[in-house]
Design a protein around this ligand. Structure first.
Ligand SMILES: *[C@@H]1O[C@H](CO)[C@@H](O)[C@H](O)[C@H]1NC(C)=O
Ligand SMILES: *[C@@H]1O[C@H](CO)[C@@H](O)[C@H](O)[C@H]1NC(C)=O
Ligand SMILES: *[C@@H]1O[C@H](CO)[C@@H](O)[C@H](O)[C@H]1NC(C)=O
Length: 387
């Protein structure tokens, strides 16, 4: 073969790069995404990475769409911060996962300390859901409709919705959501489903309640706030995902991070973390209806973990200087190994959030300089630590 021909052949082979969303698309996922917040732009290298669709093809607002942000007083709706994030996604041609509607936490006191009857709570929920989803109509690929409704032992968490309505609040929430935006995917979202089979089965019960009411539910989001040394095996994680896909649902990892304790991390804990990230991403690749993976931020300087779990941290794919860690390499490698091997799940986003086709290029991962910031607001309340 002539050299010139060989060179032409080589040039026609798409270069593989370590860029998460591009690799995820090639592996048949809809997206690899990240949570984003209003403070991101204060760290220029971090912000640049967050706007790079080759790495992140999907956003979840960390706090901006929660009840206390969108309806702080009854009937007074505000969307400035959330609009800014959605507009970033539109400008970047990224998918939005929208988050969240019915949740016990970051709930304004007018809801949490109100005294509600069945009828008044129904009206409060319907008004909130229809306004918020109506405002973002056709801009969200998916919505986390009900969030964290379970205790780790699988019982229903006591909250104002359960108190007023009993377990009928699940189907009601999804019913109001389906009416407000019939084209978005409606999810139940929770943490520790990966760790506790009894909690995972609680989510199965919720799904079945909604389905039995004849109301649409399309997916279960597994938050995947994991801890190094305790992450289940890839096959065990796959087994959990299949609990939900066997009910006809999509699944997604929605808030992934893998925290290290004790700090400081060292080469062995960072390698263990890389292996555990690989198992989690691998389990998604093993399940045809696992649509995508979202990390809850991607830089150790901005994670919510150190504030919420004192003594734990370094939970992200990039370090405090936005430089890729071993976990970034292991996630890239496992995604690359699935390239072309996995049949993409058919549920495509609609309208403006159409999954932008991203071609892997040989462009290098953005290299960054040191910027340390105070932790971004992540007022999310502590999730139960796994003992
Ligand atoms: C489940 O856990 C919650 C929260 O810790 C607790 O209040 C409840 O009593 C537990 N229920 C059972 C049946 O163990
Ligand atoms: C996964 O782990 C849980 C908890 O340890 C266990 O109960 C379950 O049997 C495991 N399942 C599989 C398929 O390994
Ligand atoms: C890394 O940190 C862990 C946890 O503190 C410790 O047990 C281990 O000995 C350290 N390993 C190295 C190579 O320093």
């Amino acid at each position: 073969m002539k050299i010139a021909t060989l060179a032409a052949l080589v040039a026609s082979v798409p270069a593989v790069s370590a860029q998460l969303h591009a690799l995820a698309k090639n592996a048949g996922l809809l997206y690899f995404g990240t949570a984003v917040g209003p403070g991101d732009s204060r760290d220029a290298p971090y912000y640049a990475l967050s706007n790079d669709i080759k790495n992140f093809g999907q956003y979840t607002p960390d706090n901006a769409q929660k009840w206390d942000a969108t309806e702080p007083q009854r009937g007074r709706f505000q969307y400035t911060q959330a609009d800014a994030i959605v507009n970033r996604a539109i400008a970047n041609k990224m998918i939005m996962r929208c988050h969240t509607l019915v949740w016990y936490s970051q709930l304004p006191s007018w809801v949490s300390s109100g005294s509600w009857t069945k009828d008044t709570m129904t009206s409060v929920m319907q008004t909130h859901i229809s306004n918020v989803m109506g405002h973002f109509k056709s801009k969200c690929y998916a919505w986390d409709v009900v969030n964290e409704a379970l205790e780790d032992n699988g019982t229903y968490r006591n909250n104002p919705f359960l108190k007023a309505l009993g377990d009928s609040y699940f189907a009601l929430s999804f019913k109001f959501a389906a009416a407000a935006d019939p084209d978005t995917k409606l999810y139940y979202n929770d943490y520790n489903l990966e760790y506790f089979p009894v909690k995972a089965d609680g989510a199965v019960r919720i799904v079945k309640l909604v389905q039995a009411a004849g109301v649409p539910i399309h997916g279960v989001g597994l938050q995947a706030h994991m801890t190094v040394g305790r992450t289940p095996s890839r096959s065990n994680l796959t087994w959990t995902l299949e609990k939900y896909t066997s009910l006809g649902l999509d699944v997604a990892y929605t808030e992934l991070d893998v925290r290290i304790k004790p700090l400081p991390s060292n080469s062995s804990s960072l390698q263990a973390q890389a292996k555990e990230y690989e198992a989690i991403v691998g389990s998604c690749l093993d399940v045809p209806r696992c649509v995508g993976i979202t990390v809850w931020g991607f830089g150790d300087a901005h994670s919510w973990i150190p504030q919420t779990f004192p003594g734990a941290g370094d939970s992200c794919l990039f370090d405090k200087n936005s430089k890729p860690k071993p976990a970034f390499s292991s996630v890239s490698a496992i995604l690359a190994s699935a390239s072309g091997k996995r049949v993409p799940w058919g549920s495509k986003p609609t309208s403006l959030v159409s999954a932008t086709s991203v071609v892997a290029t040989s462009a290098p991962v953005v290299q960054t300089t040191v910027v340390m910031l105070p932790s971004k607001t992540s007022t999310k309340v502590a999730v139960t630590s796994v003992a």
